[in-house]
Design a protein around this ligand. Sequence first.
Ligand code: HEC
Ligand code: HEC
Ligand code: HEC
Ligand code: HEC
Length: 180
Amino acid sequence: MADMESANTNTLKNLGLLLVVGITALFILLFLFFYYSGPSRAFGPEQPIPFSHNVHSGVKQIQCQYCHPYVAYSNWPGLPPVEKCLHCHNYIIAKHPWIQKEHQYFDTNTPTPWKKVNYVAEHVLFNHQRHINRNLSCQECHGQVQNLHRLPHKHWYMEDCITCHRRMNANMDCWLACHS
Ligand code: HEC
Ligand code: HEC
Ligand code: HEC
Ligand code: HEC
């Protein structure tokens, strides 16, 4: 009798263990599935105002350089100050809640805390000027920005630079040219 009982509790224990392992495995699989297949990975960080490049540059055809005016001249392409948004939005959808938020930034003299999405390592010297002067389009490096509502993260690796430099016969002496 006692033997039977302990055998039973053993099978129960084994069943319990199996269940725990099974459920854990299921969670891991589900996690991997959503992590890799979910659209969320295609998006960058949520921005303080859900600014859409698609609405502005795709539908309304506003030029990139209207908002990023220094891209060809300085190391800092410039994100538009809120004044620039309000040039239009004092008249266009002025009562929209997001536009009210722009007014808050403006009234309190707070720069809009946009989250950066492009990264190069700190020791890399990148500047737009040489590239724009060679008539590379923005899309060549940033993709079809005008089709996107939210911009994705992009970490630039040396390989990304090298692949194009090789293709276009640009300077490959990167230790001199690109690294500080
Ligand atoms: C040259 C004019 C212009 C400038 C500059 C401009 N916008 Fe817009 N914006 C528009 C137009 C046009 C629409 C579409 C309005 C509509 O739906 O009728 C729009 C729509 C929007 C919307 C509505 C939500 C959406 O995506 O449809 C938000 C939010 C917005 N703009 C934020 C901004 C911010 C933030 C800036 C500054 C970085 C900015 N806009 C600069 C013209 C402009
Ligand atoms: C109406 C203003 C406006 C126009 C027009 C516009 N942008 Fe932007 N852009 C912004 C704002 C605001 C941000 C910061 C918020 C964000 O990342 O969406 C930004 C961010 C970016 C970034 C990412 C910056 C980072 O954090 O690394 C890139 C790249 C960019 N824009 C490229 C373009 C290109 C290419 C075009 C033309 C197809 C364009 N933009 C047109 C306002 C504009
Ligand atoms: C040769 C590739 C290349 C081209 C062409 C290019 N960019 Fe960039 N862009 C980059 C890289 C790399 C970064 C990240 C630089 C950094 O973080 O210092 C960047 C960053 C930016 C940023 C963010 C700036 C910041 O400091 O956060 C904006 C805005 C931008 N680009 C706009 C544009 C626009 C507009 C054009 C077209 C007129 C353009 N880019 C063309 C490679 C390119
Ligand atoms: C889409 C193509 C492309 C990509 C991507 C690209 N480059 Fe370039 N780059 C060029 C071309 C073409 C030139 C040559 C411009 C000229 O002839 O003046 C150039 C020139 C340069 C120069 C000037 C070299 C010299 O002759 O002194 C530097 C520095 C540079 N790139 C750095 C970078 C870095 C760093 C990255 C990656 C973050 C990068 N580039 C990504 C195409 C690209």
